[in-house]
Design a protein around this ligand. Structure first.
Ligand SMILES: Cc1cc2nc3c(=O)[nH]c(=O)nc-3n(C[C@H](O)[C@H](O)[C@H](O)COP(=O)(O)O)c2cc1C
Length: 318
C-alpha cells in the first residue's frame, strides 16, 4: 500500500505530534526532546561544521532527505529540483527517492552531489538498471530503502502499481557488489536493528541510514535510541540517520550519538512546497547555526569529534 503519501500536502503544514501511540514519529520526537546537553565551554573553539564524505568536502553534515513524488503535487515549481538546487548552492549532500529514470535525470542535471535511493522492487533487474542509470548521471552513491518491502496490510507493498520484494542478505551483497562494479558506494536505507546492520556490514554496504522512514514500522524504536548500539557493530560503514531531524539541535544529538551525517525531511517540506529553494536554504542555514552553536558550547571543534558523554537523559548520562 502506498505510504509515501504520508506527508502534509501542498498546503505545507507539518502535522502535529501524532496522538496515535503506534506512530513512531511521536516516540522519536519525544525521545529527542528529552535528551539534554551539558556544557564544556572552557577552552572551546568556534566549530568547523564541514564534513568529508567519500573523498568530497561538504559544508555541513545536515543533508537533504530522500524525498519523491513531490513534482506531482500540482505546484507551479518543481520541488524535487528545487531542493536539489538548495543542496548544490549550499554544498551539502542531496538525496532522491523513488523517481523514474527520466525524472531522476532532470533532478541530477541540477548538479548536486546526489545519492539515489531505489525501491526494493520485486523486479531485481529494475533495481540494477536504476543503479546503473544513476551512475551515468554521476550519482555520489546508490542505495535501496530496504524498509519498504512490507505494506500496511502485511503483504509485500505495492507503490505506484509496482510490486516490492523482500531483500535477503545475499541480495544486499549482490547489490553492494554491483554498485562497486559501477564504481560508487552502496547505501542501505532503513536499518533499525543491530541484526540488520551486521548483515549490511557483512554484505559490503558502505553506509546505512538508521531510520524508520517516517513511521513505516508501528512502534518503531527511535533512531536516536538505537544508534549507539548500531554504531558499535557498523565497522567501517558510514552511519547516517534521519527521522524528526527538525532543527540543528536534533542534528547535534544524533551526531553525538554516532551519526556521521543526518538528513532533515518533513521540516523542510512546508518551505519547499511554498517557496522552493530559497526557503530550504534558509532553513538549512538556520540548522547549521544551531548545530555550530551547540558544538561551540560543548567543545566539539569538528564534525568528526562528537562525544556522546555530553548527553543526559532523565537525570543520567545517556
Ligand atoms: C513526500 C515524501 C516522500 C518520500 N519518499 C521517499 C522515497 O522515495 N524513498 C525513501 O527512502 N524515503 C522516502 N521518504 C522518507 C524520507 O526519506 C525520510 O526517511 C522520512 O521522511 C523521515 O525523515 P523526516 O522525519 O525528517 O521526514 C519520503 C518522505 C516524504 C515526506
Amino acid at each position: 500500500m502506498e505510504r509515501e503519501a504520508n506527508w502534509p500536502g501542498p498546503e505545507g503544514l507539518i502535522p502535529a505530534l501524532p496522538k496515535d501511540a503506534s506512530n513512531a514519529s511521536r516516540h522519536t520526537r519525544k525521545f529527542l526532546d528529552e535528551i539534554l546537553i551539558e556544557e564544556r565551554i572552557i577552552g572551546t573553539r568556534v566549530a568547523d561544521i564541514s564534513m568529508r564524505l567519500w573523498g568530497k568536502e561538504f559544508s555541513s553534515p545536515v543533508m537533504m532527505p530522500a524525498f519523491s513524488h513531490l513534482n506531482r503535487a500540482g505546484l507551479d515549481h518543481r520541488p524535487m529540483e528545487e531542493y536539489a538546487r538548495a543542496a548544490k548552492d549550499l554544498g551539502i549532500v542531496n538525496w532522491v527517492g523513488m523517481e523514474p529514470d527520466e525524472d531522476y535525470a532532470e533532478i541530477a542535471a541540477v548538479g548536486a552531489d546526489t545519492i539515489r535511493i531505489i525501491k526494493p522492487f520485486a523486479d531485481k533487474e529494475k533495481i540494477r538498471l536504476q543503479m546503473a542509470f544513476a551512475v551515468k548521471c554521476d550519482a555520489l552513491a546508490v542505495g535501496i530503502d530496504i524498509d519498504h518491502s512490507i505494506g500496511t496490510n502485511g503483504d509485500v507493498d505495492v507503490v505506484d502499481g509496482e510490486k516490492m520484494g523482500v531483500l535477503t542478505p545475499q541480495d544486499i551483497e549482490a547489490f553492494a557488489g554491483y554498485a562497486h562494479e559501477l564504481g560508487v558506494p552502496f547505501v542501505a536505507k532503513g536499518v533499525l536493528s543491530t541484526r540488520d546492520a551486521v548483515i549490511c556490514e557483512k554484505a559490503g554496504a558502505d553506509a546505512i541510514v538508521v531510520s524508520h522512514h517516517h513511521g513505516r514500522l508501528p512502534f518503531a524504536v527511535p533512531p536516536a535510541m538505537i544508534l549507539p548500539d548500531i554504531k558499535k557493530v557498523s565497522g567501517n560503514m558510514k552511519v547516517f540517520a534521519d527521522c524528526s531531524v527538525d532543527d540543528g539541535r536534533d542534528a547535534y544529538k544524533l551526531m553525538a550519538l554516532g551519526a556521521d551525517a543526518v538528513s532533515t525531511g518533513r521540516a523542510i517540506l512546508p518551505g519547499l512546497l511554498k517557496e522552493g529553494a530559497p526557503a530550504v536554504m534558509k532553513k538549512i542555514r538556520q540548522m547549521n547555526l544551531q548545530l555550530k552553536e551547540l558544538m561551540g558550547y560543548t567543545g566539539v571543534a569538528a564534525t568528526d569529534q562528537f562525544d556522546p558523554s555530553v548527553l543526559w537523559y532523565h537525570g543520567r548520562h545517556l
